[in-house]
Design a binder for this molecule. Sequence first.
Ligand code: ZN
Length: 103
Amino acid sequence: MDKLSNQKEIKMKKDKPCPECHTIMEIKKTTLHFEREGFYADVENVSAYICPKCGARTIPGNIAINIGNTIEILFKSARESEVATEDEFAPAFSGISFHKITA
Ligand SMILES: [Zn+2]
């Protein structure tokens, strides 16, 4: 790993026990689903602790907070930027895809 990207790296311990059954959890990617006032958002490839035994899922606090804040802003801006058509109001946008570009 290079030193520049290390600065904001979130440390995920490899030996975190499951809060439910105390099995050592695995670090895996998961999808988080949010629903709010007629909109939904899926956040893909979230690094999370997943229990291989009972399936319990834990998102490290700072990751959960960052994602939560981002999604709140999305919901808010989708709600507030409605466009009036002749008969009804429609959201100015819905559906955002966000991915890392891989070579
Ligand atoms: Zn478990």
